[in-house]
Design a protein around this ligand. Structure first.
Ligand code: SF4
Length: 284
């Protein structure tokens, strides 16, 4: 049996930074730190930080201590509420997400209409959309394009920015942007900003390549992790035997045993030890 683990598997730089800063804060404050939402989409890592004293809160109204802002970032109104209530924030928003917040704000004040591609209920998308201003439309897939274009035309604006969530699908981004460009005539000026982060692009491209040459592709990551779901979709497009698991406990080893060449890729919130556990379980 041949097992190939994708070299872009596991924690991205943004997640590594978030976890190390959180551990540092927990050390300084003897565990008196709140985090707005799950710190990363991995329940094993969240449980371990909770044991060290991290408290997950679902709204800024529940804050009792300093509040960690995770890599996904937050909405403008949450920043405002924290400021109004003197809540100290430890802002660990990934610089790549912050860059998009700044870009959409700048384009919006230059009178651009903004199309934001993203998963509608994802915290990063909700946060970014709050910086887009009123002349904006959130699109999850091609089904949203016609309404988005009607809304843009009704605004009377002529300039359009297309931008996306950092973990959006590369292929869907290209497909949606080219449909939009084809539907708008030369009266409109469209700027396409491919804002999918490098860690996400490399992971999706490697998943595509690896899944095309193995018999079984295993994607490891949290069930509510957006980037893990995208990897699974990419894998399934290229390998009919693609499965998505959170840990080795989700593996059906008798099924896995029937394959000769196995590829493994893990989402940005999956720690190395979970990837190692899966490999060891298969080897054994
Ligand atoms: S996936 Fe990209 S944008 Fe998100 S935290 Fe990691 S590096 Fe930052």
């Amino acid at each position: 049996m041949n097992i190939i683990v994708g070299k872009n598997s596991g924690f991205c730089a943004g997640v590594k930074y978030t976890i190390s800063k959180t551990e540092e804060e927990l050390g300084k404050t003897s565990g008196k730190v709140d985090c707005l939402g799950e710190i990363i989409h991995n329940k094993q890592v969240v449980n371990s930080l909770e044991q060290k004293g991290l408290r997950i809160i679902n709204s800024i109204d529940e804050a009792e201590n300093k509040v960690i802002i995770r890599a996904h970032g937050i909405s403008r109104d949450v920043y405002e509420k924290a400021k109004a209530n003197n809540i100290k924030l430890i802002d660990l928003t990934c610089p790549k997400v912050l860059r998009i917040h700044n870009q959409v704000e700048a384009y919006s004040s230059d009178n651009y209409f903004i199309f934001l591609f993203g998963v509608k209920n994802h915290p990063e998308t909700i946060g970014t959309f709050s910086f887009c201003g009123n002349n904006s439309y959130l699109l999850e897939d091609t089904a949203d394009i016609d309404n988005a274009i009607s809304s843009f035309k009704a605004s009377g604006l002529k300039d359009l920015l297309i931008i996306s969530q950092t973990t959006f699908s590369l292929s869907l981004f290209d497909e949606m942007s080219s449909i939009i460009l084809n539907k708008l005539n030369s009266d409109y000026n469209v700027h396409v900003e491919k804002s999918i982060c490098n860690a996400t692009s490399l992971r999706q491209l490697e998943t595509k390549e690896l899944s095309a040459k193995v018999d079984l592709m295993i994607i490891i990551g949290g069930k509510n992790s957006s980037n893990t779901k995208k990897l699974y979709e990419v894998a399934l497009n290229n390998c009919k035997n693609a499965i998505s698991i959170e840990t080795k406990d989700d593996l059906d080893l008798s099924f896995v045993k029937s394959f000769e060449n196995i590829g493994i890729m893990a989402g940005a919130s999956t720690p190395d030890y979970i990837i190692d556990d899966v490999c060891n379980a298969i080897k054994q």
